[in-house]
Design a binder for this molecule. Structure first.
Ligand code: ADP
Ligand code: ZN
Ligand code: ZN
Length: 726
């Protein structure tokens, strides 16, 4: 008898067995089954001859949704790997790998396209008879050349003219399920391809030499060194062989500018996958890629799951970017999955960045990855100079020292743009009583409220809750409440007053909510509508601002003293990336860092010797301190209404692992954010010198955790290779 083992969207680390009706579904196809009182859609994952469960009690599958598998052998392998490596329920992994429309049971086949065509009478009509209806005439003229999609006709022509022609039965709608259109291969043209410089040429030919086999390259090139150009020229021979290329970019880096560069170079359509798409749009790109109808697919993190008919190359741009790691649910790292995928597909992978993650750098240094280095800026652009500005004992206006204000003025007077970075949105990070020092706090998170002047509210940045701004101190009833510290809003107001003749723009997650809004803002900057750019993290990510000649980084001192062992690495990446925004065109740029600790060794090393030097020593430090990438970690987090429950639960887990000599348990200890949304948060860190030792222990124990007594009282998660310890 055939037992159908199905991956169902149920948070259990196993498959669920069913019996086939008369027809046996294929592995990788969707089926619907009854699960308790519910009907669920799952994917057939295995077909076995026997079951671990009582076969007489197994239910039959209700429906087979797909005749052909929607998960090919590679997808199957990737999901199985993900479930095993991240110790995550397979059903949930499979869900994550599917477009939402397919999770809901939509057909995986392409929907028919509706066209307008001419009827026989429309074909034979003398167009002269429509001389009094020129709009109708135009439509007929166009349709005589070729059939047009309904959506194109509707967007290009007059609605009343279309209606009139339909009523007169000159035109009609037809639905066509198109055969897979793989004509992109014949349409490739090359536009504006520059001659590669020596460093680029070496990189391009190294990548080309590894076609049709697994190889991983770290393309380690300073900002503006022409990494994107290397991608483009490495892609070219792949496309010409009819093979597809998948490019991952950080969410925020997926701008029309980026997409345009790829589209324009090869003159072909590019499939785009980002969080702003509708379910249907996402499904279409997925289908086209699966059918080989797209040569290039660009997408954010989850695009790594996109099936390709004929894959040739994977690229992960800005590989160090934190957005590649999913921080909830299936906590996978898309870059690491890309390595697994390139292996499985037997194709090369390029990881590009100006600031490699220490994990990646270590793999390059140890010879696991090929290290390609670009040290020169392409074209004539020069590298920005970097300096620290000592603000000890200096008066600050809205967070900026006078010396820096003067410098901003100079750059503005030369007709350049200036960019200011501050890592805090809102007006001020706290509201403090001048009489007694009381700070308004969110009681659910035990953290100060951020003051937002535009919302006219206090808001907690940890749980999102908001309240009105109090007039009086909660403690001593004084009405002298002062904003403490500076956020983007305050900076914007201050700069508007100080430089009334220059326009400024603030880019943070408050002002740039939504993708199209951010795209508009970036465009207005490149059109020189604004001279002063103020922003958070968003500004550091891969945007080209050719006219910016001064980058000023305010207030990074917090990061210099963070408890997170990755803080130094992340700060060095941020500073280097921001400095790369300046002077990209022919104008030389400079970057300044305001700090109370100008002699800090990290800052000094970075500024005098650059990121590569910093990273080399940071790796040595990690080695001595026995931290990743030289050791391997897994983080259990638990939260509960009472701290003692979270603690006891994690202690139970720690007890499970105490028998493994080569795995150390650190904790349970309170998380960096001890309380959030009224829940107490604790963590337990497992660490091992060998990845395999940690994997083995987790594999043995993780199923037992589900059955622990407290498992229903706490919310818990397991994060393999954790990046975020908050
Ligand atoms: P990165 O991706 O490393 O930041 P880009 O590929 O965007 O760098 O290149 C920076 C600029 O230099 C772009 O304007 C690009 O068109 C230009 N460029 C890159 N390579 C060359 C080259 N070989 N010759 C001329 N211009 C180049
Ligand atoms: Zn007070
Ligand atoms: Zn809160």
């Amino acid at each position: 008898m055939s037992i159908i083992s199905v991956a169902l969207p149920i948070p259990k680390r196993r498959l669920f067995d069913y019996l086939a009706d008369d027809k046996i579904p294929k592995i990788g196809a969707r089926v619907s089954v009854s699960f308790g009182p519910r009907k669920l859609i799952g994917v057939v994952w295995e077909i076995n001859q026997t079951s671990d469960w009582d076969e007489n009690k197994l239910k039959k599958i209700q429906d087979i949704i797909d005749d052909e598998p929607i998960f090919d052998a590679i997808q199957h392998k990737l999901c199985t790997w993900l479930a095993q490596y991240y110790k995550h329920p397979i059903g949930d992994v499979v869900q994550s790998a599917m477009p939402v429309a397919l999770r809901k049971g939509e057909s995986s086949e392409a929907k028919p396209t509706v066209y307008f065509t001419l009827t026989d009478s429309g074909e034979s009509l003398d167009l002269g008879t429509l001389s009094r209806a020129p709009k109708q005439q135009v439509i007929l003229e166009n349709l005589r050349k070729t059939k047009l999609t309904k959506s194109k006709v509707i967007s290009d022509f007059s609605a009343s003219a279309i209606k009139a022609l339909s009523q007169k039965e000159y035109i009609t709608e037809v639905s066509v399920v198109s055969a897979h259109d793989t004509s992109w291969l014949d349409n490739i043209v090359l536009q504006d391809k520059p001659v590669a410089n020596v460093e680029q040429a070496i990189a391009i030919s190294s990548i080309e030499a590894k076609q049709a086999q697994y190889a991983c390259f770290l393309l380690d090139g300073i900002t503006g060194s022409g990494k994107t150009e290397v991608y483009l020229q490495a892609i070219e021979p792949v496309l010409k062989q009819g093979k597809q290329v998948l490019i991952l970019v950080p969410e925020i880096g997926l701008t029309p500018q980026t997409v345009h560069r790829f589209k324009y170079r090869f003159g072909i359509d590019v499939g785009i996958l980002h969080s702003g798409l509708t379910n249907n749009e996402r499904l279409q790109v997925w289908q086209k890629s699966k059918n080989g109808e797209l040569g290039i697919i660009i997408g954010t993190r989850s695009a790594i799951f996109t099936p390709m008919k004929n894959p040739g190359l994977l690229i992960v741009d800005e590989e160090h970017d934190a957005s590649y790691k999913q921080q909830d649910g299936l906590r996978y790292h898309a870059r690491d999955l890309a390595v697994v995928r390139a292996h499985a597909e037997n194709i090369p992978l390029v990881l590009g960045t100006a600031t490699p993650a220490l994990e990646t750098l270590n793999n390059a240094v140890s010879g696991k990855y090929h290290h390609l280095i670009l040290q020169q800026r392409a074209g004539n652009a020069s590298v920005a100079s970097q300096q620290v500005f000592d603000i000890r004992q200096q008066p600050l206006q809205f967070g900026i020292a006078q010396g820096m204000l003067d410098r901003i003025q100079q750059h503005l007077e030369q007709g350049s743009q200036v960019m200011l970075f501050i890592n805090r949105r809102g007006y001020a990070p706290a509201l403090m009583c001048h009489q007694c020092g009381y700070v308004e706090q969110c009681t659910r998170c035990n953290k100060p409220f951020t003051l937002h002047s535009q919302l006219n509210k206090l808001q907690c940045h940890h749980c999102g809750c908001a309240r009105s701004i109090p007039q009086q101190c909660n403690q001593c009833h004084s009405n002298e409440l002062n904003a403490m510290g500076v956020g983007t809003e305050q900076l914007e107001l201050g700069l508007t007053k100080y430089f009334p003749n220059y326009s400024n723009i603030r880019i943070d997650s408050d002002s740039a909510r939504g993708k199209s809004k951010l795209d508009k803002m970036l465009n207005s900057i490149n059109n020189n509508e604004h001279q002063i750019l103020i922003g958070t993290q968003i500004l550091s990510k891969g945007h080209h601002f050719p006219n910016v000649t001064l980058v000023l980084i305010l207030d990074i001192d917090g990061a210099l003293f963070s408890a997170d062992f990755r803080a130094a690495e992340n700060l060095a990446q941020l500073i280097t990336q921001l400095s790369g925004r300046a002077g990209r065109a022919e104008k030389p740029g400079e970057m300044w860092l305001q700090t109370h600790d100008p002699g800090h060794p990290l800052l000094q090393d970075l500024i005098n010797n650059g990121y590569a030097h910093f990273a080399k020593y940071a790796l040595l430090e990690r080695k001595t301190a026995q931290l990743p990438p030289y050791t391997f970690q897994a983080l259990f987090k638990a939260q509960a209404l009472y701290a003692k429950d979270a603690h006891a639960f994690l202690q139970n887990i720690a007890d499970l692992f105490s028998q493994y000599q080569d795995v150390w348990c650190l904790g349970p200890i309170p998380a960096l954010m001890e309380k959030r949304q009224g829940q107490y948060r604790m963590q337990l860190l497992l660490q091992a010198n060998q990845r395999s030792a940690l994997q083995y222990a987790l594999g043995q124990e993780v199923n037992k955790i589900e059955t622990l007594f407290l498992a229903n009282k706490v919310r818990w998660s397991l994060d393999i290779d954790p990046q975020d310890f908050s």
